[in-house]
Design a protein around this ligand. Structure first.
Ligand SMILES: C[S@@+](CC[C@H](N)C(=O)[O-])C[C@H]1O[C@@H](n2cnc3c(N)ncnc32)[C@H](O)[C@@H]1O
Length: 200
């Protein structure tokens, strides 16, 4: 198990380079001076976006990170309207620079989850920050997202089984009145994307 964790960490570190951001997402992140990880969850989310997001959709990418990688990918590959949010000023600056360098017309705003985001959205996507399976902040923020999300929105929440207890996340989803539309997985990827909507 220790060896496997070490391997996953090593692969994640390798995936953090601009080379892989370009290879996997077609996004040039060289304008960012921030060291940022593109992990298994980031990669798996693309599979879910490809399957569900349509060109006429409006998407909010919550916690877009320093590269706004999903937001830029959606805009350039699907054409949907995207608002990217971040809590970190440093990441917002970096995300704006990366979006500009990639000629992606996305909105990048400072917002604590949905708080400062205006308008209606069809999809909210989120890769919650987890420092480890016992990190209660990660579960708390996932729960907040579910409680604070607008009525008719559908959500994609992605998490890596090495950093989060996925059963606990599934429990939070169920206990907050959401139904599974689909669970996206991929061979040799320890993450899962939960595609969910509010139960009626
Ligand atoms: C695991 S990273 C995901 C980055 C990127 N979306 C990805 O999938 O690779 C989580 C991000 O959420 C941001 N974040 C944490 N709390 C937040 C909050 N309350 N509102 C918005 N963003 C938040 C963090 O700053 C971080 O960039």
């Amino acid at each position: 198990m220790k060896m496997l964790k070490f391997l996953v960490k090593g692969i994640t570190k390798a995936l953090s380079t601009n080379f892989f951001a370009k290879l996997l997402f077609g996004v040039d992140c060289s304008q960012s001076n921030i060291y940022y990880q593109i992990g298994f969850s980031t990669i798996l989310m693309k599979k879910s976006l490809k399957k569900f997001v349509k060109p006429h959709d409006k998407v909010i990418d919550i916690g877009t990170g320093a590269f706004a990688i999903h937001a830029i990918w959606i805009k350039k590959n699907i054409g949907a309207e995207v608002t990217a949010t971040e809590i970190s000023d440093e990441y917002i600056e970096s995300a704006k620079r990366v979006a500009k360098a990639n000629k992606a017309s996305i909105k990048v705003i400072k917002s604590d989850l949905f708080k400062s985001a205006k308008g209606n959205f069809d999809w909210a996507i989120f890769n919650p920050p987890f420092r480890g399976r016992e990190d209660s902040d990660g579960y708390r923020i996932t729960e907040r997202l579910l409680k604070e999300s607008p009525k008719n929105i559908k959500l994609m929440i992605v998490s890596n089984a090495f950093y989060a207890d996925l059963r606990r996340i599934e429990g939070i989803i169920r206990d907050n009145g959401y139904a599974m539309i689909e669970v996206i997985t991929a061979f040799l990827n320890p993450s899962k994307v939960y595609v969910i909507e509010k139960r009626t």
